[in-house]
Design a binder for this molecule. Structure first.
Ligand SMILES: Cc1ncc(COP(=O)(O)O)c(C=O)c1O
Length: 414
C-alpha cells in the first residue's frame, strides 16, 4: 500500500491519536530509514530514542531470529532462561539491586509510583510518619496512563482525563527553594528526569538532585529517576544519574533497552523492593523470552563495541558543532544536552517547525519538542560524518531563513 491509501485507511480505522508526518518507512539499515520510494533518510531521532543500535543491527537480528524459533512467550507463571541473565546485567550497570520487567516506559513509571506508595505504607506500618503524595517537576513527562500522566506537567495531557491520580504537586524546575518549601512528611516520592526529554532537553542541576536525595533520606521517601529517555547509554554513561554521582532509590528505563521490541523496566534498591510481595503487581507480557534475549544482545553490544565512549565522543562533537552554529546564528538561542541527547532551541515555534520540515525535505529526521526545541536522539552508532551532514544542512537552512525563504509544513511529536 502506498502512503495516500495508508493515510486514507488509517483516517477511517484508527482512533486519531497521532498527527503523523507524511512519510511511509518500509526498512532501515544502520542510521538510515528507507521510505516506500527507496529514498534513504539520515535518522537523528531513532524512533524517539529507541533504535539505539540503529536498524537491522546483526546482533539484534540474530537474537530475534534465534529466540523466535525457540520461545517467544511463557507468562510470568514460569521461568525462562533469560530473565535472570538480563536482571544481572541491569543491576551491574545501574548500581541498583532489583528489577521488575514490563512492556513500556509508562508501565515502568506506573510500577515506580505504586512501589513508592507501598514503601510508604510499609514505613507507616512501622510507625514512621510519611504520606502518600508525590512531588514532580515542571516540564516533566512520565507517560500517558492515569498515574504517569498525573506526574506529567503539561496540562493538555491531563485535563481531558481528570480526575487523574490524586496527590501530585509540581516543583519549579531546578528551584531548590521551591523543592524545600514543598517537601514534607506528606511526600512518599520525588519524581525527576535527570535530563528532561519531552520538556526540551533540560539537564537537572547537581544542587537540585543532591537536595532531593537529602530530603528523601530525611523521611524515607523514595527518589525516583526516570531514565526512560536518558538511560542505557544515551548520555555517554549507562545512566544520566551517574554523571552526578547520586544513586536514586528507583530508576525506570525503556525505549532503547530492546532496540524496538517493546520493553520497560523498573530498577530499585533492596530496601525499596521489600515493599513488594508476590501478587501485589504484575504483567502478562513483561520480561518475555524474546524481549529479554534482545535486551541482553543490546547491552552486550554496547559493552563489546565500547559504545559509551563513542557516544561521549560523537556527542561532544555534535554539541560543539551545534554551539558553533549558535554562535553564528542568533535564531539558535541555546544548545543543551549530554552525549547523544541534545537539543537546539530556536527563537520561535514557527521557525523550529520550518527548520524541522526543511531537514525532512533534505532526508534528515529530527524532532521538534516543547514547541521551539529541535531534539536529537540519534542511534548510538552515529558517526562524525553523519553529524557533519546534519550541521551543514542546518547551517544552510538557518542561513536561508535569514534571507526570508518561505516556511514549510508541520512536525508532530511524542
Ligand atoms: C522520560 C519519559 N518517561 C516516560 C515515557 C513514556 O514511555 P512510553 O511511551 O514507552 O510509555 C517517555 C516517553 O517518551 C519519556 O520520555
Amino acid at each position: 500500500m502506498k502512503l495516500p491509501s495508508v493515510q486514507a485507511a488509517e483516517s477511517k480505522l484508527l482512533i486519531q491519536t497521532y498527527e503523523r508526518n507524511p512519510y511511509l518507512f518500509v526498512s532501515g539499515q544502520g542510521v538510515y530509514l528507507r521510505d516506500e520510494n527507496g529514498q534513504d533518510y539520515l535518522d537523528l531521532l531513532s524512533g524517539i530514542g529507541v533504535s539505539a543500535l540503529g536498524y537491522s543491527h546483526p546482533a539484534v537480528v540474530e537474537a530475534i531470529t534465534r529466540q523466535s524459533t525457540r520461545l517467544v512467550h511463557t507468562s510470568n507463571l514460569f521461568f525462562h532462561e533469560h530473565t535472570a541473565e538480563l536482571a544481572l546485567r541491569l543491576t551491574e550497570i545501574s548500581g541498583l539491586d532489583r528489577v521488575f520487567l514490563c512492556n513500556s516506559g509508562t508501565e515502568a513509571w506506573e510500577a515506580a509510583l505504586k512501589l513508592s506508595r507501598a514503601s510508604a505504607g510499609r514505613l507507616r506500618a512501622a510507625g514512621r510518619n510519611i504520606g502518600t503524595k508525590f512531588l514532580a517537576l515542571e516540564h516533566s513527562f512520565h507517560g500517558r496512563s492515569m498515574g504517569a500522566v498525573a506526574t506529567t506537567h503539561k496540562e493538555k495531557y491531563r485535563k481531558p482525563f481528570e480526575p487523574v491520580m490524586p496527590g501530585v504537586e509540581f516543583v519549579r524546575f531546578n528551584d531548590v527553594d521551591d523543592l524545600r518549601a514543598k517537601f514534607s512528611d506528606d511526600i512518599c516520592a520525588i519524581c525527576i528526569e535527570p535530563v528532561q526529554g519531552e520538556g526540551g532537553i533540560h539537564p537537572i542541576s547537581r544542587e537540585f538532585f543532591a537536595t532531593a536525595r537529602k530530603l528523601c533520606d530525611s523521611t524515607g521517601a523514595l527518589l525516583l529517576a526516570d531514565e526512560i529517555q536518558s538511560g542505557l547509554g544515551r548520555t555517554g554513561k549507562w545512566f544520566a544519574y551517574q554523571h552526578y554521582g547520586i544513586l536514586p532509590d528507583v530508576t525506570t528505563i525503556a525505549k532503547p533497552i530492546a532496540n524496538g521490541i517493546p520493553m520497560g523496566a523498573m530498577l530499585c534498591t533492596n530496601a525499596a523492593a521489600e515493599a513488594i510481595t508476590p501478587g501485589m503487581h504484575g504483567t502478562t507480557f513483561g520480561g518475555g523470552p524474546l524481549a529479554c534475549a534482545v535486551a541482553i544482545a543490546v547491552i552486550d553490544t554496547i559493552k563489546r563495541d565500547d559504545l559509551l565512549k563513542h557516544i561521549h565522543d560523537v556527542g561532544d562533537f555534535f554539541h560543539e558543532e551545534l554551539s558553533k552554529l549558535a554562535a553564528r546564528h542568533d535564531c539558535i538561542v541555546d544548545v543543551r544536552g549530554i552525549g547523544l541527547m541534545l537539543g537546539a532551541e530556536l527563537s520561535s515555534a514557527d521557525l523550529a517547525k520550518s527548520v524541522a520540515a526543511q531537514l525532512m525535505d533534505r532526508h534528515i529526521i529530527v524532532n521538534r519538542t516543547n514547541e521551539t526545541v529541535l531534539r536529537f536522539l540519534p542511534p548510538f552508532i552515529l558517526e562524525r560524518k553523519h553529524v557533519e551532514t546534519a550541521i551543514k544542512a542546518l547551517d544552510e537552512i538557518v542561513s536561508a531563513a535569514y534571507a526570508g525563504a518561505a516556511p514549510a509544513g508541520e512536525q508532530s511529536h511524542g
